[in-house]
Design a protein around this ligand. Structure first.
Ligand code: AHR
Length: 499
């Protein structure tokens, strides 16, 4: 029998809402068509932002949005995206499909979007092909409220008050598309660039995000931490607030990643097994960070994660448009539980990418919009945001899988907020329901709300049938003498809200 033991009196730390963050790049139909259709569109919009998409993202409680890339950020020149739209420069999006980028969505539009969603802002600067001056002026343009040429320019462009930049990325993937740098070189560049990310508003400082490692590049983390955190002057409050980590779940290899919906049971287990690598990556990077920073001052921001499959047939290969199935729901549930459990170091995570790109929560086609299985998981997990992580562990969990691709049958995380305990469980088995007995230290359970996202492993929503996968009430739950007994269907992600 699988048992989940919850020590509700042992609070392990706050789950930062930003762990449920998202990433939106100028890539394919994420920004254009997905989030932004322009004011003259027939699709209902508010100042150009799709009303249906914004409403869905609000309902999911999207806490923070990263923009404008990704690799796109490393060739983005922000001044091209301000001022009258008719005079904005057109450029080629060299990373993503070679299409024309007309810059109609720029800095002002990004802040308008975040304002409508009600989320925090994460702007990614250009280290790869930009200059220190360009980055420093962007920060001044966005955040300086006094008299200066850049603040005046912002006012002339229609925005009087400075915006709040919550997070600022000093480069993206500088080990790859952001300049192919070596760790020592990037670390020195980081030190120089971040010096000019000025804190104009000390009461609400910008959290700087340095480009961290690609997956298991532990040397990168070690060298970055050594050069940027250890060798600093305490009175300057350190150079480094946080570092990023990028890890995508790619079922096969980069040249043949595999289909989003047409996959075998073995692919199911390969995908989930590769997703679970996130636990190892975070643990090992954390150990290295702990060596340099035992007080855990520096955050680890998993600011790109999710499934990366072959694009849907007939779509532009550079647009990274893929479907999303119950398998993606499990990938989301597994990762989010891992992030919760590591909330002492993981302060933000951003799934790639919000709409129409990679593991999206929303897909659009013209006026139509659908919510993916991943969306339903994010909406269920929203109760963890800002909650206290509770001590919890499973016993009696066997492995399931095929060949070398073995995974635990069930994973979990538990939090508490506003008098409610939130338990999220994933059943990774493709075939078997699993019963879990849950016990608490003292809590006498009086009520449970139980919801589930489940279906056949490749079940997904289409524009013709958008409700194949949805959040449903879970029936197989009972209050027992010792706590709760719940049966998780095969291929399921479950939320229990307990009082
Ligand atoms: O999310 C797509 C791309 O993946 C991003 O632009 C880049 O940072 C990463 O390689």
């Amino acid at each position: 029998m699988i048992k989940l033991t919850i020590h509700e009196n042992e609070k392990l730390g706050k789950i930062n809402p930003e762990i449920y963050g998202h990433f939106s790049e100028h890539l394919g139909r994420c920004i254009y068509e997905g989030l932004y259709v322009g004011e003259n569109s027939e699709i209902p919009n508010n100042k150009g932002m799709r009303t249906d998409v914004v409403e869905a993202l609000k309902d999911m409680k999207l806490p923070v949005l990263r923009w404008p890339g990704g690799c796109f950020a490393d060739e983005y020149h922000w001044k091209d995206g301000i001022g009258p739209k008719e005079t904005r420069k057109k450029m080629i999006n060299t990373n993503w499909g070679g299409v024309v980028e007309d810059n109609s969505f720029g800095t002002h539009e990004f802040f308008e979007l975040c304002d409508q969603i009600g989320c925090k802002t994460y702007v990614n600067g250009n280290v790869g092909s930009g200059t220190v001056q360009e980055m420093s002026e962007w920060v001044e343009y966005m955040t300086f409220d006094g008299e200066s040429p850049l603040a005046q320019q912002r006012r002339a462009n229609g925005r009087d008050k400075a915006w709040k930049v919550d997070y600022f990325g000093v480069g993206n993937e500088n080990w790859g598309c952001g300049g192919n740098m070596m760790p020592e070189y990037y670390a020195d560049e980081y030190r120089r660039y971040q010096s000019f990310v000025k804190q104009y508003n000390p009461d609400s400082p910008i959290t700087r995000v340095a480009c961290g490692p690609n997956a298991d590049d532990y040397e990168w983390t070690d060298k970055l931490m050594a050069r940027c955190f250890a060798r600093t002057f305490e009175h300057l409050h350190g150079n480094l607030d946080s570092i990023s980590l990028h890890y995508y779940t790619v079922p096969h290899d980069w040249s043949h990643k595999g289909s989003a919906t047409d996959f075998s049971k073995e692919d199911w287990y390969i995908t989930l097994s590769k997703t679970l690598k996130m636990e190892e990556l975070i643990s090992k990077h954390t150990t290295i960070m702990d060596k340099h920073d035992p007080k855990k001052i520096v955050g680890l921001m998993v600011d790109e994660w999710g499934c990366w499959y072959d694009v849907e047939e007939g779509t532009n290969p550079g647009f990274l448009y893929q479907q999303n199935s119950i398998r993606d729901a499990l990938v989301a549930g597994i990762n989010l539980n891992i992030f919760n459990k590591h909330c002492d170091r993981v302060r933000m995570a951003n799934i790639a990418q919000t709409v129409n790109v990679l593991q999206s929560v929303i897909l659009t086609e013209g006026k139509k919009m659908l919510l993916t299985p991943t969306y339903h998981v994010f909406r269920m997990f929203k109760y963890h945001q800002d909650a206290q992580l509770l001590q919890s562990f499973l016993t009696g969990v066997d492995e399931t899988g095929m060949g070398e691709w073995m995974v635990p049958e069930v994973t979990e995380s538990v939090s508490a907020k506003d008098g409610m305990v939130n338990i999220t469980l994933n059943n990774l088995s493709a075939d078997d329901a699993k019963t879990v007995e849950i016990s608490f230290d003292e809590l006498k359970v009086s009520s449970i709300e139980a919801s589930v996202v489940t279906g056949a492993m490749n079940a997904h929503n289409t524009f013709e049938n958008a409700d194949v996968v949805k959040t449903e009430e879970l029936k197989n739950v009972e209050i027992t003498e010792t706590g709760i007994k719940v049966t998780l269907p095969a291929c399921s992600v479950v939320l229990l809200r307990v009082k």
